[in-house]
Design a protein around this ligand. Structure first.
Ligand code: GSH
Length: 201
């Protein structure tokens, strides 16, 4: 299989960490691609009409997106499922993690990515409040499983990216940040360190 990837994407990393945790990483060739709505990558668009990574190309040549669907697909390829029987709960935590990354990306548009005269601070502040609210919710309610599954992988990769881009200070959430610090030591996370700058032009 091939994974169209980006070394600084929380979504791409979620799919690859999932592959590592499922014991499937050695079956996947990782190919880095830069993507941005303002810098078209035709190779990615050829496989995903949204032009986003991650995209998984299966051994049959099928292109699968997005990150959540890739995780579902990979979970069918091994015998210790990472998406637990309480599927709805796991998918809901994944949705929260996705929302954190999406809001974080929108914060970055309003703080660094958009040309300065076009930035709209209230929009950035509104999205930052969503990140903070979701972190507070996780601090209060998230009970991570000892054996990581989809929920833990999605939340860890989203929060790790928030810290990497310095979008929001996770020190305000001691229980959550202690768990994240420990999770960062897993081989799956250490093999997929975040690196690089987004290219928008
Ligand atoms: N819902 C998608 C989101 C993927 C996504 O937003 N990827 C970003 C990189 S972090 C991207 O490729 N953005 C390019 C664009 O928006 O055009 C998923 O879970 O895979």
């Amino acid at each position: 299989m091939k994974l169209l990837y980006q070394t600084h994407s929380p979504f791409a990393r979620k799919a690859l960490v999932f592959a590592h945790e499922a014991g499937l990483a050695d079956r996947i060739e990782v190919i880095h691609h830069e993507t941005s709505p303002t810098l078209r990558n035709d190779d990615v668009f050829a496989l995903n009409p949204l032009g986003k990574v991650p995209v998984l190309i299966t051994d049959d040549g099928e292109a699968i997106f997005d990150s959540g669907v890739i995780c579902e697909y990979l979970d069918g390829l091994h015998d210790r499922p990472l998406i637990p029987a309480d599927r709805i709960a796991a998918l809901r935590w994944q949705a929260l993690a996705n929302g954190i990354s999406e809001a974080g990306i929108l914060v970055r548009w309003e703080t660094t990515r958009r040309p300065e005269p076009l930035r709209y601070p209230p929009l950035g502040e509104g999205h930052l409040a969503k990140v903070a609210g979701a972190c507070a919710y996780l601090e209060a309610h998230f009970q991570p499983a000892e054996q990581p599954g989809l929920a833990e992988i999605a939340i860890a990769t989203a929060l790790s990216w928030i810290a990497f881009r310095e979008i929001h200070d996770l020190a305000a959430y001691p229980r959550l940040s202690a768990w994240l610090d420990a999770f960062e030591q897993r081989p799956s996370m250490r093999a997929t360190t975040l690196v690089g700058e987004t290219l928008d032009a």
